[in-house]
Design a protein around this ligand. Structure first.
Ligand code: SAM
Length: 307
């Protein structure tokens, strides 16, 4: 087993090649894998690793680390791979041989300038697989109903369906449009890392793991997965081939990230956020409460406890 570079009560971070770490891990020992590898875009990483491989070499390398991720994943565990669509197409074909495909999640983030003779690249691909027929844990968040940003009014005509809307919010779809890029240097922990939003990891960790479960991310970067896992009471195993001082420093500012996540979570699993609800009431628009009378007739079971 490689030597630990950092640890908390819940997690362990190793500074080494993830292949070396995984080869030292038991089979079937983690509940959730999230992987955000380098995209082979010829970027310069502090570790000096080669990010400009021939396509076939990049795919072979990816298959090698994925094979190890599959081995360490427990039956019923979930695996997520964040990459460009170009790479996730062949990687999905590989994963289909060993795991059960759940979703190709398109995360709407513009990541390059428009290119002549090409469509404007506007989404990252998030592959979602599970080991075995169904995932052991699956509790996706529900999102607030989209409303007009100016008047908080409906964007669609819900007609007679208002009273059938779930008061806990709208089903999470496989297109995510509410994940912010971490672009501004001020908010980045590591200037040269492709740091992901903690909102993205919060959603994944919440959807596919329970408290106390083990989350594994082989490509640490700035440590987003580890910070979110720590905040959410998951055990975690991490690995980064380059310097790990930014990850370690990040744990000193965890209370700020915890507060940010609390603010995000306050606006989930409800049909209207507190702010939108106030605006709608002020503007005389319908709310769950105002259509509740009708709902008692349509979905009595949902309201039986309120009698
Ligand atoms: C795209 S970044 C991950 C960013 C991370 N998800 C975040 O939000 O900060 C990929 C990271 O993987 C690291 N890396 C590349 N090859 C590796 C390997 N073989 N083992 C461990 N880490 C590796 C790179 O140094 C880089 O920091």
């Amino acid at each position: 087993m490689p030597e630990k570079g950092f640890q908390t009560e819940l997690g362990q971070l190793y500074q080494c090649d993830c292949m070396r770490l995984m080869q030292s891990m038991d089979s079937d020992c983690v509940d959730l894998v999230f992987a955000d590898p380098p995209f082979n875009l010829d970027k310069i990483y502090p570790s000096g690793m080669d990010d400009d491989l021939k396509a076939c070499e990049y795919i072979k390398w990816s298959e090698r680390w994925l094979q190890e991720c599959i081995r360490v994943l427990k039956p019923g565990g979930s695996l997520f791979v964040w990459n460009l669509p170009k790479w996730n197409v062949p990687l999905a074909a590989f994963l289909n041989q060993y795991l059960t495909f759940r979703h190709w999640i398109a995360v709407d983030i513009k990541y390059s300038l428009p290119i002549a003779s090409r469509l404007y690249p506007s989404h990252y691909s998030l592959l979602y697989y599970c080991k075995g027929p169904i995932p052991k844990v699956f509790h996706p968040d529900r999102l607030p109903m989209p409303v007009c940003p100016h008047c908080s009014g409906d964007l669609r005509d819900y007609g007679g369906y208002k009273n059938k809307m779930n008061p806990s919010g709208v089903n999470l779809a496989d297109v995510w449009t509410d994940i912010p890029p971490v672009r501004h240097a001020k908010y980045k922990r590591r200037k040269d890392a492709n740091e992901l939003s903690i909102k993205l990891l919060d959603r994944i960790v919440e959807m596919a793991s329970d408290e106390g479960d083990v989350v594994f991310d082989p490509f640490g970067g700035s440590g987003t997965t580890y910070a979110v896992s720590e905040i959410k009471g998951r055990r975690w195993i991490g690995c980064e081939i380059g310097p790990i001082d930014e990850i370690v420093a990040r744990f000193a500012t965890l209370p700020e990230e915890r507060m940010y996540l609390q603010r995000i979570r306050a606006d989930l699993n409800c049909l209207f956020t507190a702010k939108i609800l106030t605006l709608r009431q002020r503007n005389g628009l319908w709310t769950v409460e105002s259509v509740r009378g009708d709902q008692r007739e349509v979905q009595p079971a949902l309201f039986s406890s309120a009698k």
